[in-house]
Ligand binder design. Structure first.
Ligand code: SAM
Length: 354
């Protein structure tokens, strides 16, 4: 990466495996658990779920083995996610295994922060490079209502810990919901500035699990920019050569923030991300209806070369552009109903790894 940015030099020293739309296999999100200690109503509005059977979860060694195969094919960014990844016992051990893989240039974690104050130091010492924390609101009461749990203070402690531990390029992700937290954009920017973190505003997406989604609840990128423009004055888009999901903008005082507008302005054309679930299913798109069972191959003792060849051939045939197809849908509603989610928990965002 070019230091200080998410951009990469044009010429990579790595072999590049391209899909049918010319997109490289570069970024892998690894969900380490489907469980979560929050119940954010845009992601997990139910109290109970059909969980993945524990014996089907990949061990840390199996995860590291599969990641090794992916990195041999060009993946260089690995992000641990979930569910809530800090609920997976002894996560620093996995981080240590992955940090030993020299092909990984960026080893990151996405967390809701509730347990980060407890675990951040061990994760940093194990070799975690970066962390992104989710923060939807600065109001404890609002948090409790939105997340179904009274853990706001722990989240703020987690953010303070990330800062204290010196994690570079700290990011705070906010899902913006109309009428819920759209009045907090400037406050969150100020909070990010005070904590040396870049805030990224995410449009509410109609992914699996978002069973309360409707377009009326989406606060769009255009509305975010208008709201922030009224408060701060002219907002300048940054020109970047990047496949990162966030478009970045600068306020007149130099503060930079991001917008992830997958709902109204999808970025499928540059999407180099795929996802591995905690039980070893590989998804080529957040919106994909089916994944590829890599655990089965691994546990059947398939040679690494065979797994690599399968991944390469599947990536080579990839044409997914789920968010664009959703955006083109005239009458847009909930993507997957509750009954179907119960039958196939892999359709859930919290299983697939956000
Ligand atoms: N538990 C961790 C966390 O909260 O960061 C990691 C998993 S969570 C599924 C990853 C990200 O997905 C979070 O930032 C969350 O806000 C976001 N997310 C979940 N459902 C979403 C939705 N319907 N629309 C937009 N973002 C969503």
């Amino acid at each position: 990466m070019i230091p200080g940015t998410d951009a990469r030099p044009e010429d990579s020293d790595r072999a590049t495996l391209l899909d049918r739309l010319g997109r490289p296999l570069r970024s892998l999100r690894v969900s380490v658990t489907d469980r979560c200690n929050l119940r954010c109503n845009y992601c997990m509005p139910q109290e109970e779920y059909v969980w993945l059977p524990r014996e089907e979860l990949l061990s840390f060694e199996e995860i590291a083995q599969l990641v090794e195969v992916f990195t041999s094919l060009g993946v260089e960014d690995v992000r641990l996610t979930g569910g809530e990844p800090l609920l997976r016992r002894d996560l620093p051990r996995l981080v240590r295994l992955l940090a030993a893989n020299p092909r990984i240039r960026d080893l990151a974690l996405t967390t809701n922060g509730v347990l980060f104050a407890e675990q951040g130091e061990a994760l940093r010492d194990a070799g975690l490079h970066r962390v992104t924390l989710s923060l939807d609101t600065l109001c404890p009461e609002r948090f409790a209502k939105l997340a179904g749990r009274d853990s706001h203070a722990q989240v703020l402690e987690g953010i303070a810990a990330a800062r204290r531990l010196g994690f570079p390029k700290l990011k705070l992700d906010t899902v913006v919901l109309r009428g819920v937290n759209d009045d907090e954009l400037a406050d969150l920017i100020e909070y990010g500035r005070a904590n040396n973190a870049e805030v990224r505003f995410i449009e509410y997406m109609d992914v699996g699990g978002a069973t309360e989604w409707s377009f009326a609840k989406v606060f769009t990128r255009a509305q975010m920019l208008e709201r922030l423009g009224q408060r701060y004055g002219a907002i300048t888009p940054l020109r970047e050569n990047s496949s990162a999901p966030a478009e970045r903008f600068r306020l007149p005082d130099g503060t930079v923030f991001g917008v992830i507008a997958s709902t109204t302005t999808p970025f499928c054309r540059s999407c180099d991300r795929s996802r591995l679930t905690a039980d070893g299913f590989w998804y080529l798109c957040l919106y994909a209806q089916a994944g590829i069972d890599l655990r089965k191959m691994l546990r059947a003792g398939a040679p690494v070369e065979e797994i690599a060849a399968r991944i390469a051939s599947i990536w080579g045939a990839r044409t997914d552009r789920g968010a664009e197809l959703r955006a083109a849908t005239g009458e847009r509603g909930v993507l997957v109903g509750i009954e179907q989610l119960r039958k196939d928990p892999h359709l859930e965002m919290h299983t697939r790894g956000g």
